[in-house]
Write a protein that binds this ligand. Structure first.
Ligand SMILES: [Zn+2]
Length: 215
């Protein structure tokens, strides 16, 4: 155990799945470059609590452009009173692209939280689904799991830094966790969002750790 990391701190790995990497259905810019660093971080067993999220959609999911006649990926449509970005079909349950990335030894992960399995609701955050038909954001179970272990601080990395990592961080802050982002272990869907994403993290008051873990 690294003495600089609190025993009440958890590592959250967001959506480290082949579909979000070059060659995948919804590739993040340089998404594959975070794989070796995450594998090394897990191998150090630096955190007492480790959770991973896995985007896990049924075929025909509401977030897929293919589910909306005449729509193309990356268009935005109104859905339940909010803007919903439409994506290429990705992370369809039980496909290779939806697997936890095979380049990582996942034995150091204590729980895997699957999200996005409601056909009618998207789920970016690891904590709560996006806006649904009844104005609620159902919990995924991650918050309850962390609370049950006495966790009050989280370190977040994975994909994508401008979407699912960002939403996870926003919820972590709102739920009261001391929150850190491991910037070099994240990558964006598109790098031209990086400045805005960085500012958003600063506005949220989270610590952005540029390279590696804090000394
Ligand atoms: Zn998704």
């Amino acid at each position: 155990m690294n003495p600089t990391i609190s025993s009440r701190a958890a590592l959250i790995l967001v959506d480290v799945q082949p579909d979000f990497m070059p060659g995948g259905a919804l590739a993040c810019h340089e998404g594959d470059t975070i794989v070796p660093g995450i594998d090394r971080l897990l191998g150090r067993r630096a955190f007492r609590h480790v959770a991973a999220t896995q985007d896990w959609h049924p075929a025909g999911h509401v977030s897929f452009a293919s589910s909306h006649a005449g729509r193309a990926p990356f268009e935005r449509i109104p859905l339940y009173g909010h803007a919903q970005t439409l994506w290429p079909d990705h992370c369809v349950q039980d496909t290779a692209g939806a697997a936890l990335h095979p380049g990582i030894d996942w034995s150091g992960v204590d729980t895997v939280i699957r999200k996005g399995d409601d056909p009618k609701v998207d789920s970016y955050s690891g904590f709560r689904e996006n806006h649904g038909p009844h104005g609620t954001r159902p919990a995924t179970g991650l918050h309850e799991w962390l609370r049950g272990r006495g966790v009050d601080e989280v370190y977040v990395c994975g994909l994508a830094r401008d979407v699912c990592v960002l939403w996870t961080v926003q919820d972590a802050v709102e739920l009261g966790y001391r929150t850190h982002v491991l910037w070099d272990l994240t990558r964006p869907v598109s790098p031209d969002t990086d400045l805005a994403t960085r500012l958003r993290y600063e506005q949220l008051g989270v610590q952005v750790i540029e390279h590696g873990m804090p000394a």
